[in-house]
Design a protein around this ligand. Structure first.
Ligand code: SAM
Length: 415
C-alpha cells in the first residue's frame, strides 16, 4: 500500500509540470498539505475529555507542523483554552521556503500588519504562536485573538533543536504531521516521552516505529475515525481524485473559494492518551457458539483453521474471535480498533514480529492451479489446504494458502 501522501492527490503545479512534459497523466508526488477538519479534532479530543474531564487542565499543549491561520487544531484548543483549563498552548509552523508543497505563499494581514513582521523571515523562518493566561485585548476572555507570535530562529522543522525543546517542555503533542515524514515524526514524538495524539494511517500499525509500542501497550488507536472516512482540506487548485472529492462533498465538505477537499478511508489517530473505548470489552461468542451460529460461512459448521507455520488458529473476522479460546489467535489488523488491553494481549504480527514455527525451503506460487515462474508474494501466515484450487496458493512441498497481515493475540488469563 502506498503511503497516504502519495495516494490520488497531486498539487496543481506538479500536475501542470507533468502535462507540460507530455506525460499525459499527473504523476503522483509526495504531498503533505492536508488540513484536518474541526469535527475530526473535536470528536477525538472529546473522547479523551469524556474519559478524564481534566485531561488538559494545567497542561502545556504543543501543536507542531501547524499554523493557526489554517489549523483547526489551534482554533479548537484556543476556543476551549479557558474551559479545558489549558496552561499554555503553543503552535509552530514550518517555513514556506523549506516546504516545496507551499505553492504561492503570501503572508496574511495578521502578520504583515504586526510590528514583528519581517519580509525575509516570513519565508525563511518558522513561526511560534503562544496562548497564555493573558487577556491581551482585554475583552474578558482568552481565545485565538490573544495569540502572540514570533519568528522561530530556524524553519520550524519538528526535528530542529528549537522545536524539540518545545516538545520537551510540553505535556501533550497533538497534530496531523506530514505524512511523508510520518515514521520520523513518530520516532520524534515517542522519543520525547510526552502524551501525544497524532493523525496517521492504518497501514502504519505494523511499522517498526509503532508496533513494538502497540504491543507494549504504550501506544494505541484513537477512539474515533477508525471505521469512517476522514476529510482533509487541500490548497485550492490541488488536483484531487474525483471520487474522493465527491465523497468529501457528500460528507458535507464541498469545495469553496479557499479550499478543495478530499477524503481518506484509512486515516486514523495514534495516541497514548487514555479513552473509554479501549476499556469496553469486545462482546464475543464462545468457540462452540461461533461454530454453531457465526454469520461467517468460513466458521459456521466448519470451525477454525490452524496455521501451518504458527502455533495459532486463524480468525478471519474480529467478530468471530472465540471468547473462550486460550491459545494464540491470528486476527485482522482492524482488531486494534477494538483492542481492550484488559481482555487480550497482543503477542506480535505475522509480518516478522513473531517467530514462525516453520521455515520453508521450497516455495512455488500457484495461481488458480497454474504454477508461476515468479514466486514473489507474501508468505507470512499460511494454512494448509487439501489442493491448489482457485486463488493464490503456494507449494511448499504441499499446498498452503496465504492469509492477510495478521496480529497474534491471546486472551488475558488464557492457557
Ligand atoms: C498534514 S499537514 C497538517 C497541517 C495541520 N497540522 C492540520 O492538521 O491541519 C502537515 C504540515 O506539516 C508541515 N511540514 C512539512 N514538513 C515539515 C517538517 N519537516 N517540520 C514541520 N512541519 C512540516 C507542512 O507544512 C504541512 O502543513
Amino acid at each position: 500500500m502506498k503511503p497516504q501522501s502519495e495516494v490520488d492527490i497531486v498539487p496543481a503545479a506538479a500536475a501542470k509540470r507533468d502535462k507540460n512534459s507530455h506525460l499525459g497523466t499527473a504523476k503522483k508526488v509526495k504531498f503533505d498539505e492536508y488540513y484536518t477538519q474541526w469535527a475530526d479534532v473535536e470528536r477525538e479530543m472529546n473522547a479523551y475529555l469524556e474519559y478524564n474531564p481534566d485531561v488538559f487542565r494545567g497542561k502545556v499543549i504543543l501543536l507542531p507542523c501547524d499554523d493557526p491561520e489554517w489549523s483547526n487544531f489551534a482554533k479548537f484548543f484556543a476556543l476551549h483554552f479557558m474551559d479545558f483549563g489549558i496552561k499554555t498552548l503553543i503552535s509552530t509552523s514550518y517555513a514556506p521556503n523549506s516546504n516545496p508543497d507551499k505553492i504561492g505563499y503570501q503572508p496574511t494581514l495578521f502578520e504583515t500588519e504586526s510590528p514583528a513582521f519581517d519580509a525575509t523571515k516570513t519565508r525563511a523562518n518558522g513561526k511560534k504562536f503562544t496562548l497564555e493566561w493573558k487577556d491581551i485585548n482585554g475583552d474578558g476572555i482568552i481565545n485565538i485573538d490573544d495569540l502572540q507570535w514570533e519568528y522561530l530562529e530556524g524553519d520550524g522543522d519538528f526535528r530542529s533543536s528549537e522545536v524539540t525543546a518545545l516538545r520537551d517542555e510540553a505535556h501533550f503533542v497533538i497534530t496531523n504531521p506530514p505524512f511523508s515524514l510520518f515514521r520520523q515524526f513518530m520516532t520524534w514524538v515517542i522519543g520525547g516521552g510526552r502524551k501525544f495524539s497524532v493523525v496517521g494511517n492504518n497501514n502504519a500499525i505494523t511499522y517498526n516505529e509503532l508496533f513494538p509500542h502497540i504491543m507494549a501497550n504504550e501506544l494505541w488507536k484513537g477512539a474515533t475515525g477508525n471505521t469512517t472516512d476522514m476529510v482533509f482540506a487541500v490548497p485550492k487548485g490541488t488536483v484531487v481524485n474525483e471520487k474522493d472529492r465527491l465523497k468529501a462533498e457528500k460528507m458535507g465538505y464541498p469545495s469553496d473559494d479557499e479550499r478543495d477537499y478530499t477524503r481518506q478511508g484509512n486515516s486514523c489517530w495514534f495516541t497514548n492518551i487514555d479513552h473509554g473505548r479501549r476499556h469496553e470489552p469486545l462482546q464475543l461468542m464462545t468457540e462452540a457458539d461461533n461454530i454453531k451460529f457465526s454469520k461467517h460461512k468460513e466458521i459456521r459448521g466448519v470451525g477454525y483453521e490452524n496455521y501451518d507455520n504458527f502455533d495459532a488458529i486463524e480468525v478471519p473476522y474480529v467478530d468471530a474471535i472465540p471468547s473462550d479460546y486460550g491459545g494464540m489467535m491470528g486476527v485482522p489488523i482492524t482488531y486494534l480498533d477494538k483492542h481492550n488491553p484488559d481482555q487480550f494481549t497482543i503477542l506480535g504480527s505475522s509480518e516478522g514480529d513473531y517467530p514462525a514455527t516453520k521455515k520453508y525451503s521450497k516455495k512455488e506460487r500457484v495461481v488458480d492451479g497454474v504454477r508461476k515462474k515468479s514466486n514473489s508474494g507474501t508468505l507470512s501466515g499460511v494454512v494448509r489446504v487439501d489442493s491448489f484450487g482457485p486463488g493464490n496458493h503456494f507449494d511448499v512441498g504441499y499446498p498452503v494458502r496465504g492469509v492477510y497481515k495478521r496480529l497474534f493475540i491471546r486472551r488475558k488469563g488464557g492457557a
